[in-house]
Ligand binder design. Sequence first.
Ligand SMILES: *[C@@H]1O[C@H](CO)[C@@H](O)[C@H](O)[C@H]1NC(C)=O
Ligand SMILES: *[C@@H]1O[C@H](CO)[C@@H](O)[C@H](O)[C@H]1NC(C)=O
Ligand SMILES: *[C@@H]1O[C@H](CO)[C@@H](O)[C@H](O)[C@H]1NC(C)=O
Length: 325
Amino acid sequence: MSLSSFVFLATVLSSSFALPSDLNSRQTAAAPNPNAPLPGWTFVGCFTDAVPQQRTLQEHNIVNPGMTPALCTEFCGNFSTPLNFAGTEFTDECYCDFNIQGTAVKVNDTQCNFPCGGDSTIDCGGASLISVYQNSNTGVGPIPTNKAKVGNFVFSGCFKDVVGTSQRTLIQSIPIPGVTIERCTTACGASGFTMAGLEFGQECWCGNQFNPLAGNVTAALTDCSRACEADHTELCGAANRLSVYTVPPVVSSSSAAVPHSSSSTSVAPTVSASTVAISSISAAPTSTSVKTGTTVTATASTVVIPITSILSSPIPISSIVPKLP
Ligand SMILES: *[C@@H]1O[C@H](CO)[C@@H](O)[C@H](O)[C@H]1NC(C)=O
Ligand SMILES: *[C@@H]1O[C@H](CO)[C@@H](O)[C@H](O)[C@H]1NC(C)=O
Ligand SMILES: *[C@@H]1O[C@H](CO)[C@@H](O)[C@H](O)[C@H]1NC(C)=O
């Protein structure tokens, strides 16, 4: 027998021996459905989608009659900054966002029961219902958050704004490129304002108080759910919602200059302690303003803010407030 016939025979023999076990493994290992979400994406649930004003996932979308979770997760993961969430809806729609918007309500998964346009064995949301997947691949950013303290500004909560009227909650719009918490608070501070509000992912508003004709209406913290377009790790309000940051009133115990004293209506953060890291409170003893009257005329109208107004479990006032002269 020649060498080549031997090799041929050996090949035939080994493949005929291998065949049964190969067949066996092919039959038992379920082939992954190529239309399932891509690796690194996991189903997080069925959510309501308030069409069309308050989409649950707002950043990008596509419609494709051949929609599948694979196509939607590929689309949302394909951006230079991959999105954290992808969602299929109404058989053929796909939406992406860095965050699940606060307007969404999680419902029973069985409600997302429309067949995907590209694979009827998989569900693609429903009418005003979206099947949401989360991206945990490496390189995918964290879900955006508020910051407890940025420079002199302390996070004060989420507040309602009324778009389309002249009575905005914070009256001064500041047109800065690339709105982030850092840039907006810096811009407001540089213009002499003590309050900064971020809205709709990209707007920066300033003031020294809430507009008395409009504002100071607290919203659920989860309402301010929109990632800043210029920094997807930070939250910048939402539609009709302001993420508000405030410079706590300055403690004036000497003749030191008091910033913004001409409009010194002080601002009490209305946020509960659970939304502000305790470190940001202890790091900001200036949360309490004092009326000194005789020593600093400019502070005569300064309002005293009880520190307990920002704490859900009061800290003994003596542990925070500096002794007055
Ligand atoms: C993702 O990007 C690749 C490369 O640019 C492109 O070929 C593909 O069509 C994109 N996929 C989707 C779903 O947009
Ligand atoms: C969801 O709905 C199904 C069908 O109605 C029901 O069997 C199941 O218990 C529900 N699950 C939850 C978590 O409510
Ligand atoms: C907002 O309202 C709260 C509660 O009425 C009040 O304590 C706070 O001083 C107000 N803040 C501003 C800036 O108007």
